[in-house]
Design a protein around this ligand. Structure first.
Ligand SMILES: [Zn+2]
Length: 98
């Protein structure tokens, strides 16, 4: 059964040069976010054998523990947006906790 609101699901990604991107949708099985800011670690332009378009991308792990949506390195946002930032992909749903 599929939940209506899947936590950590990638709603949209405009990084169309990524191998997992098809029509601004992420088809990686899961992505990893982390680094010196909320970088999508899974962004790649090579190394993908075949993209399964039925696979819907979601955040499998996130090291941005200071993010409002981070719960035990899991993403609890009801949908995240990934977008281009200086030649790499960033999670734009990142919100610092107050
Ligand atoms: Zn960035």
């Amino acid at each position: 059964m599929k939940l209506m609101e899947q936590e950590g699901a990638i709603m949209t990604c405009n990084v169309t040069q990524c191998s997992y991107n098809q029509v601004e949708e992420c088809h990686a099985e899961s992505i990893h976010v982390g680094g010196d800011h909320a970088i999508c670690d899974t962004f790649t332009t090579t190394g993908v054998q075949e993209v399964v378009s039925s696979t819907e991308g979601e955040v499998g792990g996130c090291d941005m523990i200071e993010c409002h949506f981070n719960e035990d390195r899991d993403c609890e946002a009801s949908g995240v947006t990934v977008a281009m930032h200086n030649g790499h992909a960033d999670c734009f749903t990142f919100r610092p906790q107050v």
